[in-house]
Design a protein around this ligand. Structure first.
Ligand SMILES: Nc1ncnc2c1ncn2[C@@H]1O[C@H](COP(=O)(O)OP(=O)(O)OP(=O)(O)O)[C@@H](O)[C@H]1O
Ligand SMILES: [Mg+2]
Length: 237
C-alpha cells in the first residue's frame, strides 16, 4: 500500500533527514517508527502526506508516486489519510462537533451524512457526551480523542500519528494507543512515530527504527530497543 523505494531527503539547508530508506507498509498494518530526536521520523510521515518530497527515490501510495502528484491532486491524496499530531491542532473557536463537521464540509459532504458520521466516530472514541465542549474545556486525552475522531471522519485508509502521546501522561497515552489499535482492527492502516518506549514495549507491533535518517531495524513484534534475544528481523522489502 505504501512503499518507499530508496528514499533520501535533503532539506534546503543541507541536512540529510533520510538516507536510502526502503520500506513497505501493507494494508491493515500497525507499525511504529522510533528513533532519537532528529532521526527522521516526522520527515518519513511528511513524505506520505506530501508535506515533503524525496530528493532521491520514490514514495508510492497504491502504486502512485506521491512525489510526482500535481499540487491539485494533493488534496485527494490527503483525503485517504487521517493525520494526528502531538499538539492536537483542533480549531480553538469550534467545539468538538464543529471541528469534525468542518473537516467533512470542506470536502462537500451532505449535512445528513455529516450528522450520521460524527455520531459514529464520537461513539468510537468515547466522546459522545463531550460533543459540545471547546478544546480549552477538555483534558489532553480528550483533545487527542477529538483529533483522532476528526482524522477518521472521512474514512481514511491510513492513519498517520506523529508523537500522538507526546503531551499525555502514561495512563492516558495507553488509552490513546488502545484506541489506535482498535481503529486498526477495523481495517485502517496505522503508522505511529513515537518516543514512548513503554507503549512500544507493551504493544509489540512492527518497529521501524531510524538512526540519523537510516533504517537500522525493521522488526515484527519488536520492542523499543533492539534486543539480541529476539531474532525475528524482517528486512522490510
Ligand atoms: N524543514 C526543515 N528544514 C531543514 N531541516 C529540517 C527540516 N525539518 C527537519 N529538519 C531536520 O531534519 C532532521 C530530521 O528531522 P525530523 O523532524 O524528521 O526528526 P524526528 O525524528 O521527527 O525528530 P523529533 O523526535 O525531535 O520529532 C533533523 O536534523 C531536523 O533538524
Ligand atoms: Mg518528529
Amino acid at each position: 500500500m505504501i512503499r518507499f523505494d530508496n528514499v533520501s531527503v535533503e532539506y534546503p539547508n543541507g541536512v540529510r533527514a533520510l538516507n536510502d530508506v526502503s520500506i513497505h507498509i501493507a494494508k491493515g498494518e500497525f507499525a511504529f517508527v522510533v528513533g532519537p530526536t532528529g532521526s527522521g521520523k516526522s520527515t518519513l510521515l511528511k513524505l506520505i502526506y506530501r508535506e515533503v518530497t524525496p530528493t532521491r527515490g520514490r514514495v508510492l501510495f497504491d502504486g502512485e508516486d506521491i512525489g510526482a502528484l500535481k499540487a491539485n491532486q494533493v488534496p485527494y491524496l490527503r483525503r485517504k489519510l487521517g493525520i494526528v499530531f502531538q499538539d492536537f491542532k483542533l480549531l480553538p473557536q469550534k467545539n468538538v462537533w464543529e471541528n469534525l463537521a468542518f473537516a467533512m464540509r470542506v470536502i462537500g459532504r451532505h449535512p445528513r451524512d455529516i450528522r450520521r458520521r460524527i455520531s459514529e466516530v464520537l461513539n468510537l472514541v468515547g466522546l459522545t457526551k463531550r460533543c459540545d465542549a471547546f478544546p480549552h474545556q477538555m483534558s489532553g486525552g480528550e483533545q487527542q480523542r477529538a483529533a483522532i475522531a476528526r482524522a477518521l471522519v472521512n474514512h481514511p485508509t491510513v492513519l498517520l500519528a506523529d508523537e500522538p502521546t507526546g503531551n499525555l501522561d502514561p495512563d492516558t497515552s495507553w488509552e490513546i494507543m488502545q484506541l489506535l489499535e482498535q481503529i486498526n482492527t477495523h481495517g485502517t492502516t496505522v503508522l505511529v512515530a513515537t518516543h514512548d518506549s513503554q507503549i512500544v514495549d507493551r504493544m509489540r507491533k512492527r518497529v521501524i527504527q531510524l538512526e540519523a535518517g537510516y533504517v537500522v531495524r525493521d522488526q515484527e513484534k519488536g520492542a523499543y530497543q533492539h534486543s539480541t534475544l529476539t531474532e525475528d528481523l524482517c528486512c522490510g522489502a
